[in-house]
Design a protein around this ligand. Structure first.
Ligand code: ADP
Ligand code: MG
Length: 673
């Protein structure tokens, strides 16, 4: 940003708080309040409760023991106490002269010289000076920016900002929300009869208004970005079901009802003259890949190309294998593009994609490198889209800015989160698993009983089954992670000498990785020691046992994804979570959730509860500003905001515009990522 002010100016400090326009100041709301409307006699002070006192200074001095500090002795008609300042300015010292009359605000504690207040806020007053009539707001601030300055600036902004209501009176009435101006004024300077507790718990109707407005701004902005993209225009993909029909006929299974529904929704979108913006959401194993394959074939029937991008080599490779096996028998060529291809192969693939010779391309983010130009890209699919950075997602959109877009995600997110984070997408949900799966049994086993787990792995493999053994996670260091993976591998090779054991991790060369995975698929490897590289997409139905070492170190979403690698065949499957004691409170809570539930949505809700929404979808990555006042778990309010946003964009676009301007100012661009 070119107009970044110098780091230590007032403007810079304000900018750090996001305070630029009057509207920003108006919406910078207090964290809490202090009651300076009353004077408490010193004799009535209660330890730990902040209050205001009016006192006269009896004496003051700078003491040097145990360290330099300013001490003042003060009294009112009822009692006396000490004020202590460990840091102070000469100007403060000057005010604290014997005889000075002060109003002080702070909490009294029992000090070693008797009752005292450390660092009270204070100011000189004349006799009979009137008391403020409102509670004093305390704002979130940043180093070097005092409350007094912030209050003054906010007061000034409140006096001159346009506080006109962006909600029509009937709507306010229907939603039972107070007027904006009233709500805002009340929150900045509440009258003393309001109970501080209700205000601070943010339960007052004024807070509800602010929360609603914030959610409304988010919904408006997302819906508007959606409309803007929709207005762009895309080729309507007119298909004749020759290829999709042939694939459906060749598959060894019938689509589940959920898959049929999603596929119908997608096909309908693809026929439209504006780009599809759809998210296909389905828990691990719900069968998203075949839906993606159908969508790609639909594009090909219409004479266009389709691309599928996956976040990791392993996943991209799995997709490639699976799709090539399905599509090549139909005479459809599938190109493979990743960063690790040899230069010659890569150039050849790029050339064929560019000439339009290859109708389908699958790969990692190599697909969106500058050099790759599709001849006629009609559909771009991104798998596990939340794992890509904003920049990469943008790049694919640029590449196919007129193409239809399908994102796939196995991270089930709770409905309210989906509504706000994905309000700019249409969503198809696969809420049903293909039949014939036996549920995965989850077992929690203490590290001390590792031997029993080894026996179990041994038995499973002797019975013709296969197992994953997931290495302990070392998030801080990739080098350590690698070392741990190799040690785990070496240890298992020694412990299970008659089994064929393989190792796969993130640092392996792509070709080696592919070779290991192929050997596992072919059951030449019986136990696959792996890092979380196998977390998504890996699909080996014969593997029916998974052991996760130091399961207490993994996140809930990760555990759920990992467990989703087993239970893909007909055999009874199990996931064994080995944990080391003692367990921290949060780790214990996570393991309990994963033990008790296999439902991705239920797990996601718990995850949200344990971690909070910011972490959950990586809001920093998503480019969405965090909500400051509203709570996404407040489903009813989110629903209302969503409904109102849709109405408002239709019926009162000028109100929508004013609302967005107030809440997002110039920052809306961020959301379009
Ligand atoms: P995910 O949604 O996790 O990406 P996949 O697409 O990898 O799931 O599908 C998981 C497994 O289920 C694959 O082996 C796939 O071929 C199989 N599958 C998909 N749909 C069906 C179905 N309708 N009936 C039976 N098996 C299916
Ligand atoms: Mg998948």
């Amino acid at each position: 940003m070119a107009d970044q002010p110098a780091a230590n100016t007032l403007a810079a400090r304000l900018a750090r708080l996001g305070l630029r326009s009057d509207a920003d100041f108006v919406l910078h709301l207090p964290l809490r309040y202090e009651d300076e409307t009353r004077i408490t006699p010193l004799a009535d002070a209660r330890p730990g409760i902040a209050a205001q006192f009016e006192v006269a200074v009896v004496a003051s001095e700078i003491a040097y023991r145990p360290r330099r500090q300013l001490l003042a002795r003060v009294r009112d008609g009822s009692a006396a106490l000490s004020l202590r300042f460990l840091n102070f300015y000469p100007s403060q010292q000057k005010v604290l002269q014997s005889g000075a009359r002060l109003r002080i605000f702070g909490e009294v504690h029992e000090g070693y010289l008797g009752p005292e207040i450390i660092h009270p806020r204070f100011h000189m007053v004349g006799a009979g000076e009137p008391l403020p009539e409102r509670l004093t707001p305390v704002y979130p601030t940043t180093a070097g920016l005092g409350q007094a300055t912030l209050r003054r600036l906010i007061e000034r902004a409140l006096a001159r900002a346009d506080l006109a209501d962006t909600l029509a009176p009937e709507l306010r009435q229907r939603l039972d929300l107070p007027e904006f101006a009233d709500a805002i004024r009340l929150l900045h300077t509440p009258p003393p009869e309001m109970t501080q507790a209700a205000l601070e718990a943010r339960e007052h109707p004024a807070w509800r208004r602010v929360q609603f407005d914030e959610l409304l701004a988010q919904q408006l902005s997302l819906r508007r970005a959606y409309s803007a993209r929709r207005a762009r225009g895309a080729p309507p993909l007119v298909a004749n079901a020759t290829l999709t029909g042939a694939l459906l006929a060749a598959l060894p299974f019938a689509l589940t009802r959920a898959q049929q529904r999603a596929w119908r929704e997608i096909a309908a979108d693809l026929g439209q003259p504006h780009p599809m913006q759809r998210l296909l959401q389905g828990d691990v194993g719900s069968g998203k890949t075949v839906v993606a394959a159908l969508a790609m074939l639909h594009a090909v029937e219409a004479g266009y190309q389709a691309a599928l991008m996956a976040p990791t080599e392993i996943l991209a490779e799995q997709h490639y294998r699976k799709l090539a096996a399905w599509l090549q028998p139909l005479g459809i060529e599938v190109a493979w593009l990743t960063g690790s291809l040899r230069k010659r192969e890569k150039e050849a693939a790029i050339a064929r994609v560019g000439a339009g010779d290859t109708p389908i391309a699958i790969g990692t983010h190599a697909l969106i490198e500058d050099k790759v130009e599709f001849a006629r890209l009609g559909l771009a699919i991104v798998d596990e889209q939340h794992r890509f950075g904003v920049r990469q997602r943008l790049a694919l959109k640029e590449k196919g800015s007129f193409a239809h877009q399908l994102a796939m995600s196995a991270t089930p997110i709770p409905r309210t989160l989906a509504m706000s984070y994905y309000a700019d997408l249409d969503v198809s949900v696969l809420d049903e698993l293909p039949p014939g799966r036996s549920p995965v049994t989850t077992k929690l086993v203490a590290e001390a009983r590792r031997d029993q787990v080894l026996t179990r792995v041994h038995e499973a493999c002797r019975g013709g089954r296969q197992a994953y053994w997931v290495c302990p996670l070392i998030e801080e260091s990739e080098t350590l992670q690698l070392k741990t993976a190799e040690e785990t591998y070496a240890r298992l090779v020694a412990e299970l000498p008659d089994l064929r054991i393989g190792l796969v991790h993130g640092r392996l060369k792509a070709a080696d990785k592919a070779a290991v995975m192929a050997a596992f698929v072919a059951n030449e490897i019986q136990v696959l020691v792996a890092t979380t590289v196998i977390e998504v997409g890996v699909d080996v139905p014969n593997a029916s046992l998974m052991v996760i070492e130091h399961a207490e170190r993994f996140g809930l979403a990760q555990l759920h994804q990992l467990r989703g690698r087993v239970g893909r065949g007909a055999a009874q499957s199990a996931c064994i979570l080995l944990y080391a004691q003692p367990l921290g409170e949060l780790a214990r809570a996570r393991l309990k959730v994963i033990y008790e539930s296999t439902d991705g949505f239920a797990i996601a809700r718990e995850d949200l509860r344990l971690r909070g929404p910011g972490e959950f979808v990586g809001s920093r990555q998503s480019g969405l500003p965090l909500l400051r006042y509203a709570d996404l778990e407040d489903a009813a309010l989110v629903e209302q905001a969503r409904a109102v946003a849709e109405d408002m964009l239709q019926a009162a676009p000028e109100r929508a515009e004013a609302h967005l301007q107030r809440w997002l100012g110039g920052r809306e661009e961020l959301l379009k990522a």
